[in-house]
Design a protein around this ligand. Structure first.
Ligand code: PLP
Length: 291
């Protein structure tokens, strides 16, 4: 396969970078996660322009000058999927600082951009998609004040996500739920959370969670289905007593959550509203539903 690398298509094994790559040392870089799906008219990247916009917003937040314009990145993304002959794909654009200088004060750094695409199935497993996953509240919190600036999908923001996921997996769970620094529910390690109670769909406010594109899509689909949606500051016990819960994300798509911290959520399986929204989501991404 090939990877789009600073304007050129480079064979997969040659798409390398130096060990003194600045981003490798200090973690300041920005990225996206996108999916392309097989649809009637051919393969289509779901909400490409919105992902590219978020990549540019993340770079703007980090003060990182993007060396290409949005249209170039959009076209490069399509090219990365097409040139690899992928019918469906996960796509990873990333902008990072090069190896022109070391130290936090380096001012001569070049911004490089790569876009890679590969085939990737259900991120949290096919079984999880149907039966729901088991989640553990993490001891690592999602910082919104000091470190991360959560509107950015930035490399450095994923330290806590990885620590949280490691902790959950080592305790036998599938995924982690991160709280914010005040103890309110924030999000999963790479997913936004929704819960259903008495027919109403709730999701945490965006004070300590990424502005998920799937989250926004689900809000629209719920409105279309006549399901009331509310943004809410949520405590973990509200998840324990919910009728249904699910995670959303480009990677995780719509994954039901059947347990949190050993407490069964609702009937302990994918709930009816979750299933309805999951079905609508897959119809939409495969171009079988009007956006
Ligand atoms: N929250 C975090 C921390 C993420 O990394 C992601 C993944 O992109 C999401 C939420 C879900 O966002 P989206 O639906 O745009 O993929």
């Amino acid at each position: 396969g090939v990877i789009w690398y600073d304007g050129e298509l480079v064979p997969w094994r040659d798409a390398t970078t130096h060990v003194l790559t600045h981003t490798l040392h200090y973690g300041m870089g920005v990225f996206e996660g996108e999916r392309a799906y097989a649809a009637d008219g051919g393969t289509a990247i779901f909400r490409l322009a919105d992902h590219t916009d978020r990549l540019f917003r993340s770079a703007h937040i980090m003060g990182m000058p993007m060396p290409y314009d949005r249209e170039t990145i959009n076209e490069a993304t399509r090219q990365a999927v097409r040139e690899n002959g992928l019918e469906s794909a996960y796509i990873r654009p990333m902008a990072f600082y090069g190896s022109e200088g070391m130290g936090l004060r380096a001012t001569n750094l070049q911004v490089h951009v790569i876009i890679a695409a590969w085939g990737w199935g259900a991120y949290l497993g096919e079984e999880g998609m149907e039966r729901g996953i088991r989640v553990r509240t993490s001891s690592h919190s999602r910082h919104h004040v000091n470190s991360s600036m959560c509107k950015a999908k930035a490399n450095g923001n994923y330290i806590n996500s990885m620590l949280a996921l490691q902790e959950a997996v080592s305790c036998g769970y599938d995924e982690a739920l991160l709280l914010d620094t005040e103890g309110f529910v924030a999000e999963g390690s790479g997913e936004n959370l929704f819960v259903v109670r008495n027919g109403v769909l709730y999701t945490p406010e965006l004070t300590a969670a990424l502005e998920g594109i799937t989250r926004e899509t689900i809000v629209h689909l719920a409105e279309e289905a006549g399901i009331p949606v509310r943004e809410k500051r949520m405590t973990r016990d509200e998840v324990y007593v919910a009728d249904e819960a699910f995670f959303t994300g480009t990677a995780a798509e719509v994954t039901p959550v059947r347990e949190l911290d050993g407490r069964t959520i609702g009937a302990g399986r994918r709930g009816p509203i979750t299933e309805q929204l999951q079905t609508m989501y897959f119809e939409l991404v495969h171009g079988r539903r009007e956006p």
